[in-house]
Design a protein around this ligand. Sequence first.
Ligand code: AMP
Length: 188
Amino acid sequence: MLKSVCVFCGSSRGNSPIYETSAKELAVALSNNSLDLVYGGSNIGLMGVVASTMLSLGRSATGVIPTALYEAVEQLEGIELIVVDTMHERKSTMYEKADAFIALPGGIGTFEELLEVYTWVQLGYLKKPVSLLNINGYYDHLIAQLQHSTESGFMKQHHLDSLIIESDPKLLIERLGSASYSYIPKWQ
Ligand code: AMP
């Protein structure tokens, strides 16, 4: 059963209000399902939107942040903050604490986090569902690239299919809740 979900998302808000609106809707869907948030820990961009909406709904938000970023950016009052030494320590703490992962629109920081957990699932290091909230078709190009990798023989269809993709936050949470993990070795 899911208890907490890690959300990777932009430290920017994007240039359309739809990103912020959907980030808030995601927080509402998490809260309605009694789920808590694990995230990157600062109060900027979509990260701040998701975390502050969770707090306003009475849910808990755990932020995991390395010291250098902690000193450089604004924090949100009311979250449980875990300050770690390195980016690697941060990511492994987030991966341990969460039962599932969602990527909202973001930049390369978000891509890196999403692709790392997706890779770890592919290799069997993590056995937790990974998903994309494809707001406004933001991830259409990434999805097309993953399909191209599969068609070109660099990815298995099973691993492509294991990535949960939804544009509706409520449906996404439902799918994460019922997702099952089946490991197929990459080189079999
Ligand atoms: P980006 O998508 O490039 O804006 O990077 C966002 C992702 O990288 C988030 O999920 C965070 O975990 C991490 N990140 C990037 N910038 C910051 C920041 N200023 N404070 C905290 N985390 C950040």
